[in-house]
Design a binder for this molecule. Structure first.
Ligand code: ZN
Length: 126
């Protein structure tokens, strides 16, 4: 039985005993207890989120301007992680060219950069 249900049971006994002052006080305590239960629930959720952030922080490695998991999963957006510690996996929009769907940050693999530089050089050589 939860603390709120216990308090309701006590309030019912007090109500049956006819002590209006004590009954009113018990209802006020019930409201305060309910607020504390809600706050406790919220704090537990925040704790779980922080634990997840800490776990990810240990797992993500910055490599060539993007975050990667040791498993090779990635790339994850650097600006999004720095802004709100959200590990947002970037979407490959072209071969070797990744983009964050939230902030628009672009990450290019070395091979992709090299391909673009080669193309640019060939265009300039004409
Ligand atoms: Zn982003």
């Amino acid at each position: 039985m939860s603390i709120i249900e216990d308090m309701k049971s006590v309030a019912e006994v007090i109500q049956k005993a006819g002590n209006l002052g004590l009954y009113t006080k018990m209802l006020e305590l019930q409201i305060k207890a309910s607020e504390l239960v809600q706050e406790n629930h919220k704090l537990r959720e925040e704790k779980v989120a922080l634990q997840e952030t800490l776990r990810l922080q240990g797992e993500l490695k910055l490599r060539r301007n993007a975050y990667w998991k040791e498993s090779g999963e990635g790339p994850f957006c650097v600006p999004c992680w720095q802004k709100d510690t959200k590990a947002r996996e970037m979407v490959e929009c072209d071969e070797g060219d990744f983009r964050c769907a939230v902030c628009g940050f672009v990450y290019q693999t070395e091979a992709c950069k090299q391909k673009e530089e080669d193309l640019f050089r060939r265009l300039n050589d004409r």
